[in-house]
Design a protein around this ligand. Sequence first.
Ligand code: GLU
Length: 432
Amino acid sequence: MPIKKPKKIHPEPGDKVEVVMANKKETGILIESHEKGILLLKLANGYNIGINKEDIIEVKILEKSQKDEAKEDFKSSGQKPLIDIIITGGTISSKLDPKTGGVKSLIEPSEFFKTYPEIFNIADIRIISPFMKFSENMTPDDWIRIARLVAKSLKDKNVKGVVLTHGTDTLHYTSAALSFMLGKLNKPVILTYSQRSSDRGSSDSRMNLICSSYAALSDIAEVMLVGHASSNDDYCYALLGTKVRKMHTSRRDAFRPINTKPIAKIWADGKIDIISEYNKREKREVNLDNVFDKRVALIKFYPGQDPNILNYYLKKGCKAVVIEMTGLGHVSTEGKNNFLPILKNVIKKGMMVYAVSQTIYGRLDPYVYESARKILDSGVVYLEDILAETAYVKLGWVIAHKEWRGTVATPVKMLENVAGEFNKRLDEGFIN
Ligand code: GLU
């Protein structure tokens, strides 16, 4: 009988391969190439390289790609504490598309379990998946929906804590929205993310999820963002939801506390070192207040800007705006671009105008320069050391309550420290 030759297995997109050339080797994930004669490889550092097929001596398959599998139901062990994980999209829910070499939006909830099996050792997990989006596509309606889901989980007595996974770009808007909409918490609410997808060697997703799970079981009943504290894989920071911002496009420690200190260091082995005061886990009813009035805007001032931008928003029906001013709180007050007459006009017509600083760090002070005093006198309200994004979210939430709107003269709620958005004890020069 003739001996059957073993079937030759050809490498396919998604396989991890070693490409052997005459004088070097490259290891990476094979990507579908649309150029005949070129083999495309995604390297561990995230870059794609094209290799001329004529230069290749051999392609060795190191690991076959795992094909997408069907939905799978999760069953809790019933032995461990329960964490609800609400997944909404972003890189943490994405993986490499072997066809294009780009990160594509994932995934079925069951796939999330398969991607991150480690968290099962820490807790029983229930996955809730309202939608899958990259976070630049989120809207205030999504914040309202997420807040409702989180509140539902917090009210469930079997749930120890909630983790929300989310794209990084607008994560700090959502953390601010949850901070205002959920009020005083009974349990931890953690927002987490990843800057590099799970199939990359340098992915931050695993450690961020592990630390988030420990944070969700802790007694810190705050809305907090948990993620890499540095570029090492040793511990994460837990950062207050109203005083945190994405400060880097690609670093794994992109989120920094602004004008405040972290709440805690959370180590990947579960150890928690507390740094700042926090509200403790407590038996209390969560008071969901998930409203947002969209008639608000966030405007950035820049040299040469036409102040009529404010009239534009007034005509559009805007009730209130936040302006990111320069330094201690300035916009142009002379020449063709003088903001003062326009500010006076829109404020007279009932639009509220709030100032924040585009320096990000530090506190506004309209009493240093005469020009800022004039802006103050025109009726602009200066919002201390609040972040621009937090101020915008708070404004939409505040003016959705008729009784809180106040007037230009008495913007009470916007100046109240509702969710730690102001830090009175901010030291001069404090920077993280
Ligand atoms: N723009 C995407 C987002 O914010 C990037 C993915 C990510 O950062 O998770 O969702």
